[in-house]
Design a protein around this ligand. Sequence first.
Ligand code: HEM
Ligand code: HEM
Ligand SMILES: [Fe+2]
Length: 479
Amino acid sequence: MLTSIKENKLTNKGQELGMMYFRVAIILFGAQLVMGLIAAIQFLAPGFLFEIFDFSVARMVHINALVVWMLYAMIGSTYLMLTDETGHEGVAIGLGKLGFWVLTAAVTVVVLVYIFVQVGPGKESTLWLINEGREYIEAPRWADIGIVVVVLIFYFNVFATYIKGKKTGIMTVMVANLLALAGLYVAGMFYTDNISMDQFWWWWVIHLWVEATWEVFVGTLAAYALIRLIGAKREVVEMWLWIEVLMLFGSGILGMGHHYFWIGTPEYWWEIGALFSALEPVPLIAMFVHVLYDWGKEQGIHEAKGEPKSVITNGPAMSWLVLNAFGNFLGAGIWGFFHTLPQVNIYTHGTQFTAAHGHLSFFGAYATILIGMMYFGVQKAYGLERMKSTFKSKMGIFFVTFGVMGMTIALTIAGYEQVLVERAEMGATWNAFFTAQSLPWYLQAQLWRAIMGVVTFVGFIYLVWDLLTIGKNAQDAEA
Ligand code: HEM
Ligand code: HEM
Ligand SMILES: [Fe+2]
């Protein structure tokens, strides 16, 4: 991944820019995990780094780094596929590179301020310079504006290239969806001192990102990847993509009601949220079926031609893609559905159950496919016809997945205990909140989460090691 900076076999500058985004993404992913480990230890030993690096700070950096590395990897993936899809080498890639450096400098400053300044007084200046205090998208206002400018450059690049080049179905969905995705960010920038109104708009960003526009983005990536990794037919893939878009937006947009149950919004949101969000798993299972169907079909055609070798041209990328298809359904679809009806959510709301779902969904739906795209980028950078999984690729995917699944199960148990003790038995009082958190089931679950966090981290080390070496080794082996 690193040696691909100077000498690489990429055919155009857009793909080089894509790889630059990937490198920063993986560093931020590492930072995310370190912060998660600190926060996890603080659950077990509340005095750990107290008043030096408090839980609130570790948690904030953990989830902001999560969102930012994913956005980086999404931009990287888009640049990677832009030329392939449009047949055009990319408009204004030089400007895109400038945007990359400006964004990366801004992110670095924001992270340093998060870590060293941490919090400020309750004044306007804190909003502008330190952080905005909106979970997941806490960047201070100056950085918000910078982000908007850089994203406009990125979007201009994608849009202008699309207009000048071939207009495939995949690119059409990509261009329309990216406009919505970027535009929604602005909904999180309004300032109001009414907390209900603030949350109302904040969910437009968070929910309409992860349950509408990001999901459609994953649909376009998966469509592109299936064509490239196993030679799936474009007509079939694009037909699925249109259906997925319809179902994802059809359920996901009004599904937002599942966040409007208890924040002071009108009660009709109970019915709307329950109905539409309950439909959200449907497209996710469809996406899973789609990937397996295409894979089986292409392998079958391949074998019928008397070529029994695997149809897959990039082992690790395909493994992560299949994991994505299943993880999206499991983390978002199943773990989301568990608590999406108001009758259930009244008990589970804000317990560790939410955190269990948050981990498995972000991992299953997004981390997986974005890591897959990184492997695909490495294959391109080294000009490899085929790239097989190595021992390290397998250890990476195994430990990361096992770790996240383990954390999810531990948190689900902690959430279950909270529902029983804190909510059902003790009636959600202040006292109940603390009692539930001091009982053995809760504490043991938190211990297991920390252990499984370490397992995840071991997997991450393997993953990075593999990304750094797999291309070079495969190239040497080919030669
Ligand atoms: C990949 C897609 C998804 C991601 C990344 C995701 C992520 C998250 C996260 C991080 C939260 C916690 C937000 C907070 O900090 O308050 C959350 C909440 C929630 N999610 Fe999802 N989610 C996804 C899909 C779904 C789906 C498909 C459903 C329903 C079928 C669902 C149902 C819910 C509900 C009901 C809540 C509120 C939990 C509470 O009351 O505390 N999610 N989601
Ligand atoms: C080393 C592994 C990890 C550890 C130890 C860890 C630990 C934590 C901790 C302690 C929190 C705060 C929970 C709370 O406020 O109760 C948290 C929140 C969160 N983490 Fe992680 N994490 C890890 C990896 C990940 C990964 C891989 C993802 C997703 C790809 C992720 C996504 C999230 C999300 C979305 C939240 C907010 C959840 C919510 O408030 O509902 N984490 N994590
Ligand atoms: Fe949601």
